[in-house]
Design a protein around this ligand. Sequence first.
Ligand code: CA
Length: 365
Amino acid sequence: MQRRDFLKKGATAGAGAVAATSIIGAPAIAQERIEIAMVSTWPRDFPGLGTGAQRFAERVNAMTDGRIVIEYFAAGERVGAFDSFDEVASGNAQIYHGAEYYWKGKHPGFAYFTSVPFGLTANEINGWVRFGGGQELWDELAADFGLKGLMCGNTGVQMGGWFNKEINSADDFKGLKMRMPGLGGDVIAKLGASPVSLPGGQIYENLVSGAIDATEWVGPWNDEIMKFYEAAKYYYYPGMHEPGAMLAIGMNNDWWQGLSKSDQLIIEAAASMENEVMMSEYMAKNGAALTRLINDQGVELRQFNDDVYDAFGRASDEVYAEVVEHSDLARRIHESFLQARTDIGGWTQLSDQAYVQQRNRVLGM
Ligand code: CA
């Protein structure tokens, strides 16, 4: 008997008390034990990115009292970092945690769901994805590859990168071999650099050996752990390429669609919580790490000058002109992003930006 029929019959027959008892008992019996595999693009226990992904997995286990068991595999433990997408799209694993811009070779639209040059800050991208049409476009894009994505972490504004020479003009990028994934890599390519996309676990060895001349990674807290200062002493800010790098879980869409509504909500809640927790940790730890890098490691902090930033801007325009030619979906994602940058970014200028500027001026910061 269908439960709806049962309810109706129970009510019409005037046997409400009996019906209610049976209905309350029913859903508990149907609770299904779920065991799945989760892969990621991060080294095991890497602070922030890796520990955040692991916290998400542990949180789902804990929220369900062990009913949903996620076995977590860091980069290289099951598949290589950049094989995470195919592992989940194919159904070999059910979830990955990573940065969507690693998949720009599959479709440039993915880059927008991490961060793009002259893009959105963490608060701004949360607004776009949740209330500005971003999630709907992301769903359309991911579904084309058999996936479903959700926000699950953010690093905030990233640093511009580590260089073994000063960057005083756009010409200083000519011939530079630099680790920079996403559309940011395409931007520095327009300036004559050779961008490479390496997973986090392989950057240090490439920088120390001289296989690459420069790298970006995240920000002071993470970059200090990577010891990049041993091979490059100029540390530039701010990064035009990742003003608020959003991390994500990608799930096999057939598996996701087969979950009960309550299990979907549990996963959404765990991902949403990590989206906020990870950002909080970066905000709490970056400042002190930067002080240590300068005072203890002799790192030379530098700001990209306006000429360099103007060149980044012109190169970004060229990159975006190519992205929108890729496909109708790429164009719609770009246009939605542009609208969000105007609407949400305009408000940021009058709110966070104007306030912080005045606060720090008055305090002499
Ligand atoms: Ca980065």
